[in-house]
Design a protein around this ligand. Structure first.
Ligand code: C2E
Ligand code: MG
Ligand code: MG
Length: 763
């Protein structure tokens, strides 16, 4: 059973049981009584009261300390050391009283002196221990503050202490050493207490404060003891008599103060000005006094030391202040995580550039701003955890720097977005630098021991060509980056015709008209069976030949079509053209299939299945002649809804392929629960697969092929651009190949010619 003992733990300061508190109250009352007796007896001494009673008081104080050592493991060391110090003092008093009873004239050193002198090192140890423990993260300058305060106060006391003993230090070396040991011991104690208080400043604990006061009272007592030896006064005798027991009572009580729990945040500690200021002032006063009257060497030396340390501290403060200002400035412009510049730094750079540009006689200057965004960084975070994401971001700065010149500026705009400022450069070299940066990012990053490959998209905008102010320049580079991301081209240069909001509206209208007028066309890219070497299908890829802009790539206008709600009519048009072509090939004896890309909005549209069915019916195509490609990322966005539609498509006999597989970090096992027939490996894994340094990609591709087969899926590799990669994929067991190496996307007539040539070869 847990027994709650009554304790006195008011406001988290004292943690003593009630009976201990009662003993202390009794001792304090005894101390007052002793003070009264000192006043009444004035000058008279009694072995019973001043000897045994006081010694008993001290031994009791020591016993209470040792009780704390037994009951509280947290403060055990402190309580043991202080208990030992008090016990040594108390025993010293017992020995001295006994000696005085034997002989009226006890010679120095007496048997009590070694016991008394044990008190000092034990107390020093406690004070140093507390400074170390409570000091937290003390700045180097704080130790100097402590030294100024400690030396200053010690100088003042040395003036009184040594002034009175200089002429009575004793005849023998033992007497000299003993007589010197006490004032020196007191000086160090006082210096440590005051210096330590300055170092700890605002974070002193109750234990420390009580101990510091006890040390000060002890020093006062010792001073009067020495003064009394040469010129005794009533006040001196009373203070001398009462100071020691008071100090001992306080030391004993100090161990019962509640230890402070560890702070949640380890703050950097700075010292206050009061104690160091007081120390420096005392040093000055002692030195000044030394010019008017005799002041001991020790006091003068301590006062000089006070002022020397104060001067050093002042010089360091000045230097620290200037480097702190510089460091503050640097930090205010640095991104904490990556170490590259932050948005504020970018504002500085842009403000300087644009304000200079606005000056009437400014020399013409140019600047390129590159907006870089990592592709699929969210997936890295989700798959490996945020700390891995942070570790990757930290490696970005050095990577990018390796592709840049010294004067170029790299900043983190937030998340996985970075900005790069290139001075005095043109679009061509900015694009080259952007490509160099992307190449440097292409090598794997080691994150928590695993190699992670990432890619990025960069938008390039020029000032003043594209923008006359920073916000606008950022926006231009941002929209270009967005286009690069959609088109997966890596780098895109800002083009007002494509990116400008006004032009976009115009383009949207033109797209709507193009869909209505069916003035879009298809290219077909052959897909080759890797076992037989024959073309078994072709992927239909949409093309928009714009009267003003030339060929606009699908990934540039498809988002626009989504925004305008044009995706359904667009896909109906593509299916119509693709199925018509497929039926024509079939009629000519080429039994190739056709792949059509469909978007998420298509799949989730209620009319979709009917539209597919009627397009097939229109050209009397069997469902098995058509494959619908859905990108992996589309499926992940609304998995359950996609799963239902895919099942319905299968029941209609239409095969579904997972396009761009691998770009979304989803596991094949997860997608295996879908009723799909084919998986198309993303071209970022395939292009250049046979090249050096692609071992990880090769492993991944091999594993995906194996796992795909295990799930009964056909595996297609797209983006094959060289013979080596084709060979490698064939040896890995990949089923179908698609890529520039076998044939670029081309108008139907060219593919028909290709099929005809193959047919002729076969017959
Ligand atoms: P996708 O379905 O992954 O199509 C393959 C893309 O890779 C095509 O780009 C093709 O030209 C390109 N490609 C093929 N072989 C290689 C190669 O060896 N190396 C390289 N570097 N690239 C190769 P394209 O035609 O620009 O189409 C891009 C994307 O636009 C397509 O990616 C598809 O997601 C989408 N798309 C195209 N047509 C349609 C469409 O009719 N409807 C829908 N919804 N999306 C379409
Ligand atoms: Mg595709
Ligand atoms: Mg693809």
């Amino acid at each position: 059973m847990l027994v709650r003992r009554p304790t006195l733990a008011a406001a988290g300061s004292w943690g003593m049981p009630r009976w201990i508190a009662a003993v202390y109250v009794a001792m304090a009352a005894g101390l007052v009584a002793y003070l009264v007796s000192l006043i009444v007896r004035l000058g008279g001494t009694s072995a019973a009261i001043d000897g045994w009673l006081v010694a008993g008081f001290e031994v009791t104080a020591a016993a209470l300390c040792l009780t704390r050592a037994i009951t509280s493991p947290r403060t055990r060391k402190l309580a043991l050391l202080l208990g030992a110090a008090l016990l040594a003092w108390g025993l010293g008093d017992c020995v001295l009283t006994a000696e005085q009873m034997v002989s009226a004239n006890v010679t120095t050193p007496s048997f009590a002196d070694p016991l008394y002198l044990c008190f000092y090192p034990l107390l020093y140890t406690v004070l140093l221990m507390l400074i170390k423990q409570d000091g937290g993260r003390v700045l180097p300058g704080s130790w100097l503050d402590g030294a100024v305060a400690g030396f200053g106060v010690a100088a003042l006391f040395a003036t009184f202490l040594f002034g009175s003993i200089e002429n009575s230090l004793g005849d023998t070396p033992a007497q000299l050493a003993t007589n010197l040991a006490y004032p020196v011991g007191d000086l160090i104690l006082l210096g440590l207490a005051v210096g330590g208080s300055a170092v700890l400043s605002g974070s002193t604990t109750l234990t420390w404060r009580v101990l510091a006061v006890a040390c000060a009272i002890n020093a006062v007592g010792d001073t009067f003891n020495l003064i009394n030896a040469t010129q005794a006064s009533a006040v001196g005798l009373i203070l001398d008599g009462v100071a020691w027991p008071t100090s001992i009572l306080l030391i004993s009580m100090s161990v019962w103060a509640q230890p402070r729990s560890k702070p949640v945040i380890n703050r950097v500690q700075t010292t206050g000005f009061v104690l160091p200021g007081l120390g420096a002032l005392l040093g000055l006063i002692v030195l000044f006094t030394g010019t008017l009257r005799h002041v001991g060497m020790a006091a003068l030396a301590l006062a000089t030391a006070t002022l020397v340390v104060a001067a050093v501290r002042f010089a360091l403060s000045l230097r620290g202040m200037s480097s702190l200002t510089q460091e503050r400035h640097r930090l205010s412009l640095t991104d904490e995580l990556t170490g590259v510049g932050n948005r504020r730094m970018l504002s500085h750079v842009f403000d300087n550039f644009f304000s200079e540009l606005a000056e009437p006689e400014a020399t013409p200057r140019r600047l390129a701003f590159l907006f870089l965004d990592l592709d699929k960084f969210k997936e890295v975070n989700d798959s490996f955890g945020h700390s891995a994401g942070d570790a990757l971001l930290r490696q970005l700065g050095p990577r990018l720097r390796s592709a840049l010149r010294n004067e170029d500026v790299v900043v983190r705009l937030g998340g996985d977005e970075l900005g790069i400022v290139l001075f005095n450069t043109d679009v061509q070299s900015a694009t080259q630098i952007a490509e160099r940066m992307l190449m440097s990012l292409g090598l794997p990053f080691i994150v928590e021991g695993v190699g992670v490959t990432i890619s990025a998209s960069v938008g390039v905008a020029m000032a003043p060509a594209d923008a006359y102010e920073s916000e606008e320049l950022l926006r231009c580079a941002d929209v270009a980056m967005y286009r690069a991301k959609l088109a997966r081209t890596g780098v895109a240069i800002y083009q007002a015709e494509l990116d400008d909001e006004g032009n976009r509206l115009r383009l949207a209208e033109e797209l709507r008209t193009a869909v209505e007028e069916r003035s879009l066309s298809l290219n077909f890219q052959p897909q080759v069976d890797l076992q037989t070497g024959s073309v078994i299908a072709a992927e239909a890829l949409l093309r928009w030949v714009h009267p003003r802009l030339g060929t606009v790539p699908p990934l540039h206008f498809l988002p626009l079509a989504e925004e305008l709600g044009l995706m359904m009519p667009l896909t109906v048009l593509v299916m119509d053209m693709a199925f018509e072509q497929c039926a024509a090939w079939h009629a000519a004896g080429n039994h190739v299939g056709v792949s059509v890309n469909v978007s998420a909005s298509n799949l989730l549209d209620d009319r979709f299945l009917d539209n597919v069915r009627s397009a097939l019916d229109k050209y009397q195509l069997t469902p098995s002649a058509c494959i619908l490609e859905i990108t992996e990322t589309t499926i992940i966005e609304d998995f359950q809804a996609c799963k239902r539609v895919i099942e319905q498509l299968r029941s209609m006999g239409i095969a579904v392929s997972i396009d761009d597989f691998g770009a979304g970090f989803t596991s094949l096992a997860y997608l295996g629960s879908l009723a799909v027939s084919e998986v198309k490996l993303d071209r970022s894994f395939i292009t250049g697969l046979a090249a050096e340094g692609r071992e990880r990609d090769r492993e991944l591709v091999r594993a995906t092929i194996d796992r795909g087969h295990a799930l009964g899926l056909r595996v297609v590799a797209e983006g094959i651009e060289d013979h080596g990669s084709l060979d490698m994929l064939a040896s890995m067991g990949c089923d179908v190949a698609q890529g520039y190496y076998m044939g670029r996307p081309a108008p139907a007539v060219e593919v028909t010619r290709m099929l005809g040539a193959a047919q002729a070869l076969a017959s």
